[in-house]
Design a protein around this ligand. Structure first.
Ligand SMILES: [Fe+2]
Ligand SMILES: [Fe+2]
Length: 193
């Protein structure tokens, strides 16, 4: 009987996989704009999205390898990378953003629809990632995966638990390599070494 040994999952391979699947989003100036805004603690929205994409991929690998449940990983990564594409600083007091927790998913979905070509799964991931704060649950398993990964990352970032600094470094490194620019832009709120 032939034994199948799946490749070991490393941060390096996760970064490579994420970059391949989300390249057009990651390299876009629109997505890079998320580096201007802080999400939780000292993490920028861009870093948070990379972290959520990482844990979404990990959950997908687990489902595929152990339970043989197929996941659309291209849509998963693209949706995760844009799930918080709301493009404003939610820490700044503003009446129209008082209910940020409830409303930013639809703002992000509208922005992402405007700036990127998305499929139904990607749109659903972004619009429903705050479930159960959204009235309807995600329509696809990819949406539940991102929603779960998002909650874990938010918790880790709020309590300053470093779960993604290496993959964020790898993604920024790949952006710099692709752009031929070796001065890596870590965003304004990058954590100091
Ligand atoms: Fe969110
Ligand atoms: Fe999020």
């Amino acid at each position: 009987m032939a034994l199948h040994f799946a490749k070991r999952i490393t941060e390096y391979r996760l970064a490579k996989d994420m970059f391949t699947r989300g390249k057009s989003i990651i390299l876009s100036p629109e997505a890079q704009a998320m580096k201007q805004f802080t999400q939780h603690g000292e993490t920028t929205v861009f870093e948070h999205c990379v972290s959520v994409a990482k844990f979404s991929l990990l959950i997908a690998y687990f489902l595929e390898r152990t339970l043989k449940i197929e996941v659309d990983k291209d849509s998963l990564v693209r949706g995760a990378l844009l799930h918080d594409y709301f493009l404003y600083d939610w820490h700044v007091k503003d009446k129209s953003r008082r209910f940020h927790g409830f409303t930013h998913a639809s703002v992000a979905a509208a922005n992402a629809n405007r700036d990127f070509e998305l499929n139904d799964i990607e749109r659903d991931i972004i619009a429903k990632h705050m479930f159960p704060l959204t009235p309807f649950p995600p329509m696809h398993r990819e949406g539940f995966i991102v929603s779960l990964a998002d909650k874990w990352c938010a918790l880790a970032e709020t309590f300053k638990i470093d779960v993604s600094s290496y993959i964020i470094y790898r993604i920024n490194f790949r952006i710099a390599l692709t752009n031929g620019d070796y001065s890596i832009d870590y965003g304004e709120t990058a954590i100091e070494a």
